[in-house]
Design a protein around this ligand. Structure first.
Ligand code: SF4
Length: 76
């Protein structure tokens, strides 16, 4: 069975409009900076729960500003 357990995160600040959907679904990872009005995130997350939250944010972002590089581990 294949499982995603980690992801590298990139937020394209030229595309982000600070709408905050990412922060709402994954507030432990994404944060809209008060000064810039743009989303900030760590360069990567580890663990299934955090990875799933990052995926949800990527899917919800209306401007497609979030890009993830998923790291797959395989268990059997
Ligand atoms: S959901 Fe997308 S546009 Fe909105 S703050 Fe997050 S990265 Fe920016």
């Amino acid at each position: 069975m294949a499982t995603y357990r980690a992801a590298d995160i990139d937020v394209d600040t030229t595309m982000c409009q600070g709408l905050g959907y990412c922060e709402r679904v994954a507030g432990g990872i994404f944060h809209v900076d008060e000064d810039s009005g743009l989303a900030v995130a760590p360069a990567s997350v580890d663990g299934q729960e955090a990875t799933d939250a990052a995926i949800a944010a990527e899917e919800l972002c209306p401007t497609r500003a979030i890009s993830l590089r998923l790291h797959q581990t395989t268990t059997d």
